[in-house]
Ligand binder design. Structure first.
Ligand code: FES
Length: 90
């Protein structure tokens, strides 16, 4: 599976070392709204199907997903959209 994610930031986010007091979890799914840090948004990816490509977008805090199915995937799920409330980290 793959994800198409639109990023609009053009500068880094400074994290003062004094603010680091516990384990850090870095986002690897690309959906976090907390910079490079995990905010729990990855939960929306748990049922992604291998071979499909997903496009995620947000509207008023709600994460929406569109599945883009390549023609070589036998199950024709063409335009499924799901909305999931975003909770806290992990
Ligand atoms: S890994 Fe991306 S939000 Fe958790």
């Amino acid at each position: 599976m793959a994800r198409i994610i639109r990023h609009t930031e053009q500068a880094p986010q400074r994290i003062p070392m004094a603010d680091i007091k516990a384990d850090l979890y870095l986002c690897r799914c690309g959906l976090s709204q907390n910079g490079i840090f995990c905010d729990g948004s990855h939960r929306a990816t748990k049922d992604e199907v291998p071979g499909a490509t997903y496009h995620y977008s947000r509207s008023e805090g709600v994460l929406q997903r569109t599945i883009i199915v390549p023609t070589n995937i036998p199950t024709p799920v063409l335009d499924e959209t799901v909305a999931e409330e975003i909770g806290g980290a992990q």
